[in-house]
Design a binder for this molecule. Structure first.
Ligand code: G3P
Length: 218
């Protein structure tokens, strides 16, 4: 399973990248705003800064919701760096935009996926990735992991190339369950990624090993 980090925070991106396990980055307009990245040029420069840290796919989201606008913005984003993936919302005009970009060989990430039907449409349009928001489904008492499993079955039935990018991951168990289901990618915050490494018995065991080693060397 590929690990993407879901943030626009350059320090978090560097820290995850330094672990040596990072495969890519996803962002969205809210994450950009959270870092104070506003205004067209600053946003474009920030995407380039992210691409210069991580050697892997970086999702950059269009703001337009009409086909012409999404194509215009998407082409501008794609021209920034070879690793940019154009992130497009799951709306009818978005499906058309995904089809357009897939025919041009430009990678896309269809975002705001909340149902299997949406995932099927995005795959048929040729999306490179689809982003089902599992945490946000959990937030409304619907099991987000069930959706990931349902999409996995559908894509396997027809050998769609579209990759399932589990998004809105909130904690380490989301990551582990996504791996069990066979999600191709997960994107989550640095805290969820780092939490995978933590175990109290590891800490206690290491403390003991170091203490015993010190005794033997005194
Ligand atoms: O990037 C989209 C998604 O990962 C957002 O997550 O935590 O705002 O639901 P969250």
């Amino acid at each position: 399973m590929k690990f993407f980090i879901d943030t626009a925070n350059l320090n978090d991106i560097k820290e995850a990248n330094d672990l040596g396990i990072l495969d890519g980055v996803t962002t969205n307009p809210s994450l950009m705003a959270k870092e104070g990245i506003t205004g067209q040029q600053k946003i474009l420069d920030h995407y380039v800064a992210i691409c210069n840290i991580v050697d892997g796919p970086v999702s950059a989201e269009v703001i337009a919701t009409d086909l012409e606008g999404m194509i215009r913005e998407g082409e501008a984003l794609a021209s920034l760096h070879k690793n940019i993936v154009v992130k497009i919302p799951m709306i009818p005009e978005g499906i058309k935009a995904i089809k357009y970009f897939s025919q041009k060989g430009i990678k896309t990430n269809c975002t705001l996926i909340f149902s299997a039907g949406q995932a099927l449409l995005a795959a048929k349009a040729g999306a490179t990735y689809i982003s089902p928001f599992l945490g946000r489904l959990d937030d409304v008492s619907t099991n987000g992991l069930d959706l990931i499993a349902q999409i996995r079955t559908i894509y396997d039935n027809y050998t769609f190339d579209t990759q399932i990018l589990a998004a809105s991951v909130r904690h380490p168990m989301h990551i582990i369950h996504c791996a069990e289901i066979g999600s191709d990618v997960m994107t989550g915050p640095l805290s969820a990624i780092k939490a995978l490494a933590k175990h109290p018995l590891t800490d206690i065991g290491l403390q003991q090993f170091l203490a015993d080693h010190a005794k033997g060397n005194n």
